[in-house]
Design a binder for this molecule. Structure first.
Ligand code: GLP
Length: 241
């Protein structure tokens, strides 16, 4: 795992955006795995700037989002559908039909997850996967557990994640306790992965990721078996060794 330490969130966002833009420039038909949450907001806004300046063309890219709450409708401002529309899709020249986000309103979750896996494979797999990291080391919504799921699946959120994500909701009771998420195997199949972490609240997770051995209790640690992962963190999230 490569480690890129940035002096602050602005630099982290710019570096991450440059990596994504580089991927899209090298292969305009790239398949990107996208993340939500507060971490990638700055990166998306840098990508929008690059698009407005005519430096990147997103017209041929295809995207798959990591996860979505369940149940939730796409027009709910807390949904990841809404987030992607607000932060990226409505501001660049991506084709709507080339974007894929798990349906938080589907009735048959197993079918929806299976369809998603098949669609990723039919598009040739993910070229570049962007990840954030939860305070407890989760990636996507793969929470610490004795066993981790390999494929896209329905999962329950831990109390700590519900609490951490409650900052986006009017009340903690409004946070869905279930989600659909790519599995660990889905993520590991990506050819290249970048994982972003900023702020003091991520310091412990980053420290465990860098120093502890691989364990299902820290889902992000599984990334160490992948040959092309770059952890990009800012000074606040980077532990002092
Ligand atoms: C959320 C998302 C993850 C995200 C993580 C960190 O629960 N499911 O994909 O990476 O938690 O979120 P944030 O960037 O807001 O700290």
């Amino acid at each position: 795992m490569r480690l890129l330490i940035c002096k602050n969130y602005t630099e982290l966002s710019l570096k991450a955006a440059q990596i994504v833009a580089g991927q899209v420039t090298m292969n305009p038909q790239s398949v990107l795995g996208l993340a939500t949450g507060s971490t990638p907001v700055g990166m998306y806004s840098e990508l929008v700037k690059m698009y407005e300046q005519g430096r990147v063309d997103f017209s041929e890219i295809r995207t798959f989002n990591l996860d979505e709450y369940y149940p939730i409708s796409a027009d709910n401002p807390q949904s990841y559908h809404y987030f992607m529309e607000e932060n990226l899709f409505s501001k660049i020249n991506i084709k709507k039909e080339n974007t894929h986000i798990l349906d938080g309103k589907c009735t048959d979750t197993a079918k929806e997850c299976d369809k998603f896996e098949k669609l990723i494979a039919a598009n040739g797999g993910i070229d570049l996967q962007i990840l954030g990291i939860g305070q407890n080391g989760h990636i996507g919504f793969n929470e610490p557990a004795e066993n981790l799921n390999l494929l896209t699946h329905l999962t329950s959120l831990t109390q700590s994640t519900v609490k951490a994500n409650s900052r986006f909701f009017s009340d903690v009771s409004k946070v869905p306790t279930l989600a659909l998420t790519m599995g660990i195997g889905t993520i590991l199949k990506a050819r290249k992965i970048i994982i972003l972490a900023n702020g003091e609240s991520k310091k412990e997770a980053v420290k465990s990721l860098l120093t502890d051995s691989i364990s299902t209790g820290l889902p992000a640690s599984i990334l160490k078996v992948h040959s092309d992962v770059t952890l990009i963190c800012d000074n606040e999230a980077c532990p002092n060794f």
